[in-house]
Design a protein around this ligand. Structure first.
Ligand code: IMP
Ligand code: MG
Length: 170
């Protein structure tokens, strides 16, 4: 298998900066602070780069879930750790690396809604257009077709996460 670059480091960083500006514009006048939820492990780099570029007070929360085996979603979500702060009345932004079937996000959102946040939005670095997942993503970086991606947090069986760019295996 060969590793090919899809979005280089510069392109990824520029895109995340653009997303941060859109996010700032959306919250301007609504709230002074934001509760950003990082979906581990894949979102670690996206989350970090995104919040560093959002010029407002950002609180951090972390959720660790997994559902993949190899390049396929198993459809079973395993929650390994969950938010421990109250989200009631807060402005919550869920930060996800990539949306494929949407199962992971659907599951996470259904639980987060129970906390009754004042507002719940989603930022995803990548949206795959393979499935009609039906979840409106408020802030999207890149849209891709049916391709399995690695790098910038994304893994193939726990490898390639720390590549500074987004690539695919051919
Ligand atoms: P979904 O539940 O099918 O939407 O998949 C969401 C999760 O699966 C993401 O948060 C990723 O962690 C992982 N995932 C989906 N597609 C890819 C991919 O192309 N490469 C690496 N991980 C992926
Ligand atoms: Mg993920």
């Amino acid at each position: 298998m060969q590793l090919k670059v899809l979005f280089d480091e510069e392109t990824v960083r520029r895109k995340i900066k653009d997303m941060a500006k859109q996010i700032e514009n959306y919250y301007r006048g609504k709230t002074e602070s934001l509760c950003a939820i990082c979906i581990l492990k894949g979102s670690v780099h996206f989350f970090s780069e995104l919040v560093l570029n959002i010029n407002m007070n950002v609180n951090y929360s972390f959720v660790h879930v997994s559902s993949y085996a190899g390049t396929e979603s198993t459809g079973r979500i395993r929650v390994k750790s969950w938010v421990d702060e109250t989200l009631q009345g807060k402005y919550v932004l869920v930060v996800e690396d990539i949306v494929d079937t949407g199962n992971t996000l659907r599951y996470i959102l259904s639980y987060l809604r129970k906390y009754k946040p004042a507002d719940l939005k989603i930022a995803a670095l990548i949206e795959k257009e393979k499935y009609q997942h039906g979840i409106p993503i408020d802030f999207v970086g890149f849209k891709v077709g049916d391709v399995f991606l690695v790098g910038y947090g994304l893994d193939y069986e726990e490898r390639y996460r720390n590549l500074p760019y987004i690539g695919y295996l051919e």
